[in-house]
Design a protein around this ligand. Structure first.
Ligand code: PLP
Length: 367
């Protein structure tokens, strides 16, 4: 039995007819960009999140890039962000000319709230919070810090669609929430997509101008904008996924609860969860001492795993110019050397998961 780390075809199979009918109707409509599907998706996603505005864009990275630009954050400014994130979070900051200032993660793989204040300087303008792997960060403390130092909060929700912190959806707690609808995400399209959400009317209006060459009225360009739109096909298919998002997240939770309960092996460190942070389990990430050996062992038994993420941003070639070296962020580095993501996808079969659990429980580290 071969078990892939992710299988997007399984989710398609779950609602095949709905997807097919929707895709066909959009193809037949003759309208492919900035139409009714996008409008409806934006309305439905705002309603789901209980936020005033949603603006669909072309990707999660674009949403991040636009968020900092909309808040006027750029050259000379600093943005605080956890180091153990996907590099797109950092690119959203640096493409605007601002400098990412890294903070180590806590035991939940979110930003360590104890280590934020020591990184704040006169240049600090914002905190970018990443609800990594689907678990919400402690937004209470982060909001307190932000309001004390007069900082903006941008939430990177690329992995946290539907995750709730203390009764509020992630993405709606800070100034701007940025979502990705890349196919592997909890709310995934059949191509690229993203969105900005906010309760601020001015920001929403500016975002919808920015994504369309800076124009509200065709050929009247107010600012130098982008071409970053969520197309009709993606928006329409996302509307179907959104209808099922809660049940899809529930299924992920059931799968991960099984992993948490049934994986019993002293070599495996299981993920920790917080009471108040409704986890939507974008990834199930464990830690093992001898990662290569562990991954090879699984692979030999036809189980594929992945690493999220093997190179922390401060050691990435793209950020060499920031001048960091190995040892600067020891916790992030330790994690990045030990992390393994287990197979996790909607539509995983019981016997597939049984097999993964069995094989992991039989793993013995070579001495
Ligand atoms: C996927 C992801 C992004 C980027 O989203 P794209 O749509 O792929 O551009 C940003 N941040 C995090 C944490 C992600 O997981």
């Amino acid at each position: 039995m071969e078990i892939l780390c992710n299988r997007l075809d399984r989710c398609f199979e779950l609602y095949k007819e709905e997807f097919e009918n929707k895709a066909l109707s959009i193809l037949e409509s003759g309208c492919y960009v900035l139409g009714k599907e996008l409008e409806n998706f934006e309305k439905e996603f705002s309603k789901y999140l209980k936020v005033n505005y949603c603006v669909g864009v072309a990707s999660g990275l674009d949403a991040l890039i636009m968020a900092f630009r909309l808040l006027g954050i750029g050259k000379g400014d600093e943005v605080i962000v956890q180091d153990n994130t996907y590099i797109a979070s950092i690119m959203g900051i640096s493409i605007n000319g601002a400098t990412p200032v890294f903070v180590e993660p806590d035991v939940y793989y979110n930003i360590d709230i104890e280590k934020i204040e020591e990184k704040i300087t006169k240049r600090t303008k914002a905190i970018l919070v990443v609800h990594l792997y689907g678990q919400a960060s402690d937004m209470g403390v982060i909001k307190e810090i932000a309001s004390h130092y007069n900082l903006k909060i941008i939430e990177d929700c690329a992995q946290s669609h539907g995750a709730i912190w203390n009764g509020k959806m992630t993405g709606t707690i800070g100034d701007i929430g940025c979502f990705s609808f890349y196919p592997t995400k909890n709310l995934g399209a059949f191509g690229d997509g993203g969105a900005i959400v906010t309760n601020n009317k001015e920001i929403a209006e500016k975002a919808s101008i920015l994504r369309n060459y800076g124009s509200e009225i065709k050929y009247h360009n107010k600012v130098v904008g982008m071409n970053s739109r969520l197309d009709e096909l993606q928006a329409g298919l996302l509307r179907i996924k959104l209808k099922h998002l809660d049940e899809l997240n529930e299924e992920r939770k059931r799968i991960c609860n099984r992993y948490l309960k049934e994986i019993v092996n002293p070599e495996v460190i299981l993920p920790m969860t917080k009471e108040r942070a409704g986890h939507v389990w974008h990834q199930f990430v464990i830690r093992v001492k001898k990662r290569n050996e562990f991954m090879e062992y699984l692979q030999k038994l036809d189980i594929m795993t992945m690493i999220h993420y093997p190179i922390p941003p401060h050691l990435s070639e793209a950020y060499k110019y920031l001048g960091y070296k190995i040892g600067d962020f020891p916790i992030t580095e330790l994690y990045s050397n030990m992390l393994v993501s287990l197979p996790l996808y909607n539509g995983i079969k019981t016997k597939e998961q049984d097999y993964v659990i069995d094989v992991i429980n039989n793993y013995k580290m070579k001495i």
